[in-house]
Design a protein around this ligand. Sequence first.
Ligand SMILES: Cc1ncc(COP(=O)(O)OP(=O)(O)O)c(N)n1
Ligand SMILES: Cc1nc(C(=O)O)sc1CCOP(=O)(O)O
Ligand SMILES: [Mg+2]
Length: 212
Amino acid sequence: MPRAPRLALERGLYLVTPDDPDRDALLARVQPLLPACACLQYRNKQADAALRRAQATALADACRAAGVPFIVNDDARLAADLGAGVHLGEHDGSLAAARALVGDDAIIGVSCYDTLDRARQAAAAGADYIAFGAFFPSTTKPNARRASLSLLRDAAPLGLPRVAIGGITPDNARPLVDAGADLIAVVSGVFDAPDPLAAARACQALFEIPES
Ligand SMILES: Cc1ncc(COP(=O)(O)OP(=O)(O)O)c(N)n1
Ligand SMILES: Cc1nc(C(=O)O)sc1CCOP(=O)(O)O
Ligand SMILES: [Mg+2]
């Protein structure tokens, strides 16, 4: 698959997918939200490799059509095959290995949890963004470590986009944006909302960004 030209990472809502077991159902849930997103991550911790590839391929096509950067969680090989970016956590291999697979033009983001040291290392290794969390209790990841707002401020000198994640909703995100978050990464705060599109728009509105 030829690599799509790199899309800049804008400030705003970083939508992360829920563990949906069906390709078409997931696409139908995500596609209407893309105009209200700065970025989409495909994350499915329940799917087998075949379903992950099928879902990620469908979402990559939808994101390309919508002009939204697309990032695959955990799997740099799959990301490389789709011309996508990749998000790496502490158990997802080295940034150098991922970079060798996805290439210089792809976005690589790194989980830094609750530590500035990990963010410094990620920046030195060539990360394109750093993610901190969890800022609130998360139903998606109940055992996530908790991060403090000061971390977002303290990471500013690293000069990379700062992503906040964990239990974020349109109603609790304002302090994160005020503390310097460039993107807010959200699963349940959008997908479990009574009106997901309204929730996505409310997240984007915190950054005062019109829909594309
Ligand atoms: C934007 C963003 N930030 C953090 C994570 C968490 O990554 P990780 O710690 O590898 O955990 P899993 O998501 O793989 O369960 C993320 N996915 N995205
Ligand atoms: C995937 C993930 N990573 C986290 C971290 O803190 O690193 S919190 C989290 C869950 C995000 O889902 P929700 O918006 O539903 O809380
Ligand atoms: Mg991971």
